[in-house]
Design a protein around this ligand. Structure first.
Ligand code: AMP
Length: 254
């Protein structure tokens, strides 16, 4: 079975950046901040590439829903080897309130339009930490799902997926078409080489709007407040065990 694979690649604030809350407490500072592809999505692209190298996948389409700059994320996916891209443009103001259900509806529609039989996503986006898009996409399409995948093997028209669950691994067989979400240990993504970056410049990125796909992205959630985690108070140093016991007594702990 030659697979047509759709991979979701979200542009997020780079994992190494120290996040700053906006003065209005309604979001985080994104301007002038380094962004990258969501790390779990790099793993999803890598897995798609491995399927292509094994001649199991025929075409790999990288999709990003987001503002103009999301095209850079698609280019990265193309440089890693994806065949073409689809950019579903969402204005920055709508992007902040874009919910997993909106993205899932977009993926479900594109899956039908593009005759897709495998959707590979990250297990979660590190900005919103939702961990919902894959599950919702599978539900909308009525497809099987293999979430938190740490190993996938294609077996005819089904897939064996090793899932990372609490305290162990679960093996499931899922029938294709399916949605699979990548966990950290699935693979180690490749770096794009200079020739592949050059080649990626010539690959095609189609541009669409949610309206083109017939999807309403009106926010259903309002962010009420965003706060920094509480600052840890400085500790106290004590010289002896007795001093420590006294301190604990003072604090009413013992
Ligand atoms: P989430 O449910 O938001 O944690 O996201 C799970 C996965 O869905 C991500 O790792 C991406 O693969 C995909 N995804 C979510 N939002 C987007 C987006 N705006 N553009 C592309 N892919 C996305």
């Amino acid at each position: 079975m030659a697979l047509r694979v759709l991979v979701g690649v979200k542009r997020v604030i780079d994992y190494a950046v120290k996040i700053r809350v906006r003065p209005d407490n309604l979001g985080v500072v994104t301007e002038g901040v380094k962004h990258s592809m969501n790390p779990f999505d790099e793993i999803a692209i890598e897995e798609a590439m491995r399927l292509k190298e094994k001649k199991i996948a025929k075409e790999i389409i990288a999709v990003s829903c987001g503002p103009k700059q999301s095209q850079e994320t698609i280019r990265t996916a193309l440089a890693m080897g994806a065949d073409r891209g689809i950019h579903v443009e969402i204005a920055q103001k709508d992007y902040e309130n874009l919910a997993p259900l909106h993205v899932a509806k977009i993926f479900a529609k594109l899956a039908k339009d593009e005759d897709i039989n495998l959707i590979l996503l990250g297990k979660q986006a590190i900005d919103g930490d939702n961990n919902q898009t894959g599950q919702m996409t599978a539900a909308l399409l009525d497809w099987a799902q293999g979430t938190f995948a740490s190993e996938v093997t294609i077996e005819g028209d089904s897939m064996k997926v090793l899932r990372e669950i609490d305290g162990g691994l679960e093996t499931v067989h899922i029938k294709l078409p399916a949605v699979v979400t990548a966990d950290l240990r699935l693979n180690e993504p490749r770096y794009a080489t200079l020739p592949s970056i050059m080649k990626a410049k010539k690959k095609k990125i189609d541009k669409k709007t949610p309206a083109d796909l017939g999807i309403d992205v009106t926010p259903t959630i309002e962010i009420v407040r965003v706060e920094d985690p509480p600052v840890r108070e400085a500790g106290q140093k004590v010289e002896t065990v007795d001093d420590m016991v006294n301190k604990l007594k003072e604090a009413g702990v013992v």
